[in-house]
Design a protein around this ligand. Sequence first.
Ligand code: NAP
Length: 241
Amino acid sequence: MTDQKTALVTGANKGIGYEIAAGLGALGYKVGVGARDDARRAAAVDKLRAGGADVFGVPLDVTDDASVTAAARLIQEQAGGLDALVNNAGITGGPEQAPTTIDPETMLAVVQTNVIGVMRVTNAMLPMLRRAASPRIVNVSSSVGSLTRQTTPGSFVGPIAVAYAPSKTFLNAVMVQYAKELAETNILINAACPGFVATDLNGFRGTGTAQQGAATPIRLATLPDGGPTGQFFEDAGTVPW
Ligand code: NAP
């Protein structure tokens, strides 16, 4: 038996997910590097290992049932269980997202990845999480999903993005339902906004680094027992719904 905890980070081959994996590795976690592309996943695993982290690659497309089922089996085999799940993988649906002109297929694709994908991975990992001593689930959301901020003049919510922003509102609403169902368990589930950080997602226009963006997700993945659940955080504190 070992005291080492195991985490899975989805979309960990680059950006914020990569830095969450690196940060949890530095804290001593064994980290499953979830990524859908074989070459990108292998490169990330090599780089994380070179930095001293105990990581293993997890082939994972969050939109694919068979892929997610196989990922859960692999984690059970490689690590014997799971203590923390960070649902980080996400897409925007592209730069042009006016509600009056958007392609319905784009709406569906974004919801499939950012919402249904999170549910698919969470539900597949839950049997292992339920067996952990202090299980944690973190959904990497965005403050642009805050309806309060979207409707508060002067709040920074980026451009009109009818697929991306409401997908994060939807994700947060789904997370609240999970928190209610899991309230009598030891599982803490929370949403994290990483801030506006420079990654492929925004053409590297973000003002912070991916490493800075990883801080709140890592904090929520490593919350002590008795910590908050069903809440939405950014670096400065809670985000209004
Ligand atoms: P990123 O660099 O584009 O990384 C996104 C990651 O998600 C990539 O690893 C990508 O894999 C993966 N991914 C996408 N679809 C997937 C799928 N179907 N299955 C598995 N993995 C998939 O973006 P990022 O900025 O780090 O974003 C990470 C999270 O932070 C997202 O949920 C995003 O909404 C959120 N966020 C970002 C910002 C920001 O300012 N950057 C702000 C708020 C919230 P591939 O390499 O294979 O495409």
